[in-house]
Design a protein around this ligand. Structure first.
Ligand code: FES
Ligand code: FES
Length: 139
């Protein structure tokens, strides 16, 4: 309730009803996992995405141990990811997340965590595909 007075309603909404909380099997070759931490505050975010045969992200989930802004950022980001290609997903910018949620300046690093998590998940996915030797969903 206190938060509602200081934070924009979009943050509060994502914080109180976070979308896509959960885990995917990280050994699944279609799944990319990003696990990142914020040195500033010690918060940790795990973000996972499953990529369909057409290279489009069909599922995105997260688990965040952190503040409301970090939870809201991951919730919004997983919503945003669904239906995007990996290339599109790679263009994610923390400033867009922050703008959408209207994060206050001191909370910008929380949205940075979401950007880092997405990039780490993409990297993990691509590395898996390489290890599997070709037949990647994306070139
Ligand atoms: Fe990270 Fe809020 S400072 S939990
Ligand atoms: Fe550190 Fe939000 S205060 S992620």
């Amino acid at each position: 309730l206190l938060a509602a007075r200081f934070y924009h309603e979009r943050i509060v909404d994502h914080y109180e009803s976070p979308r896509n909380v959960g885990s995917l099997d990280k050994t699944d070759p279609r799944v990319g996992t990003g696990l990142v931490g914020a040195p500033a505050c010690g918060d940790v975010m795990k973000l996972q995405m499953r990529v369909g045969p057409d290279g489009v992200i069909e599922e995105a989930v997260f688990k965040t141990f952190g503040c409301g802004s970090a939870i809201a950022s991951s919730s919004y980001t997983t919503e945003w990811l669904k239906g995007k290609s990996l290339d599109e997903a790679g263009t994610i910018k923390n400033s867009d997340i922050a703008k959408h949620l209207k994060l206050p300046p001191v909370k910008l690093h929380c949205s940075m965590l979401a950007e880092d998590a997405v990039k780490a998940a993409i990297k993990d996915y691509q590395q898996k595909r390489r290890e599997l030797g070709g037949e990647a969903a994306t070139a």
